[in-house]
Ligand binder design. Structure first.
Ligand code: ZN
Length: 184
């Protein structure tokens, strides 16, 4: 008999179910990125690459209308270019989308970002009531979703998006590694 407990057996690459020692079945994680359009995460990766070309830490984000699948805003980090410590990709797409919608709330919108959001961005995602958060690479040092502050798990957090981490994780992480390697 196969026992299956997704929470206990998710190992960062896929779901694992084990039946004794004899059998290990690995399910692929649900590919929400593919379900939600050609590939919003690829668009976010393009924004991250453009950020690297501007000498910014290569992180890109895309904000999508969850109903139509249309991209409302896309951006890469601009902290250096704008002399703005808050100009993370997520903040930029949230601001742009809210302005475009003429509303501080982005109900029904999904955010794709190439790296696990920091605590500031996670807070903004919650305040904006983003429906789903898809992120690429996990960030044990600076992340605030699965690491550190774990913003969405706090009692002070009044809106928790659905969170899907590790989407196109390898490409996102490679981009970051290459960037820091070249600047060492
Ligand atoms: Zn951030």
């Amino acid at each position: 008999m196969i026992s299956f407990n997704p929470d206990a057996l998710y190992d960062g690459r896929g779901w694992r179910a084990t039946a004794g020692d004899a059998l290990t079945i690995r399910w692929r994680r649900p590919n929400h990125a593919a379900m939600n359009g050609p590939s919003h995460m690829h668009r976010a990766l393009e924004e991250a690459e453009k950020a690297a070309e501007r000498d910014e830490v290569p992180v890109g984000a895309v904000l999508v209308d969850g109903t139509t699948g249309k991209v409302i805003a896309a951006a890469g980090n601009r902290t250096e270019n704008d002399n703005d410590p808050t100009a993370h990709a997520e903040m930029l797409v949230i601001r742009a989308a809210a302005e475009r919608r003429r509303s501080p709330r982005l109900d029904g919108c999904d955010l794709y970002v190439t790296l696990e959001p920091c605590p500031m961005c996670a807070s903004a995602i919650s305040l904006a009531r983003v429906r789903r958060l898809y992120f690429g690479a996990y960030d044990p040092k600076g992340g605030g979703v699965e690491h550190g502050a774990r913003v969405f798990e706090q009692a002070s957090c009044h809106h928790r998006p659905e969170v899907y981490g590790g989407i196109d994780e390898t490409q996102s992480a490679e981009l970051l590694k290459r960037f820091f390697r070249e600047r060492r």
